[in-house]
Write a protein that binds this ligand. Structure first.
Ligand SMILES: [Fe+2]
Ligand SMILES: [Fe+2]
Length: 162
């Protein structure tokens, strides 16, 4: 824990850590499904789709690391077992189609997940903005991650031709 950091936000720290941990769970789950889809995708455009899925997977992993670091600075701990990850996630599952060459189905599944993630970060921003106690550092982090989720949404929509 970073003592002064914790002191500055002590009124909201527990709720903030709880919300950050839920987002942390979402990011790890997103990483897992993106990575799995990148490994399994088949068919004539498999390389293109796999490259895009892999790139996003790495960014979701980075998000999970950034959230975990902030949770620790605030005096919390990131969730430490997989049951807790699936129980606390806002989006515990991404439904990747059984047909590994169903690009549209795969992309639609991750598109839903990205829109869910944008909603989660929007709620976190609203919580931070409505709190009496301000936390500019977490606000900056959430804004950064939210921007990347919006970029993911746009990339997936481009592939889907939306
Ligand atoms: Fe993410
Ligand atoms: Fe994303």
């Amino acid at each position: 824990m970073a003592q002064k950091t914790r002191e500055l936000v002590k009124d909201i720290a527990d709720e903030l850590i709880r919300l950050l941990n839920k987002a942390y769970a979402d990011e790890l789950i997103a990483y897992f499904y993106y990575k799995t889809a990148a490994l399994l995708v088949k068919g004539i455009h498999a390389n293109t789709i796999a490259d895009q899925l892999e790139e996003i997977a790495q960014e979701e992993l980075e998000h999970s690391e950034e959230l975990a670091e902030r949770i620790i600075q605030l005096g919390g701990e990131p969730l430490d077992d997989w049951d807790a990850i699936t129980k606390n996630a806002n989006y515990p599952k991404i439904d990747i189609p059984e047909d590994r060459s169903d690009y549209v189905g795969i992309l639609k599944a991750v598109h839903v997940a990205e829109q869910g993630a944008i909603g989660v970060y929007d709620d976190l921003m609203k919580f931070l903005q409505s709190s009496q106690t301000k936390d500019p550092v977490t606000t900056h982090l959430i804004r950064h991650i939210m921007g990347e989720e919006m970029h993911h949404e746009e990339e997936i929509e481009t592939l889907l031709g939306l």
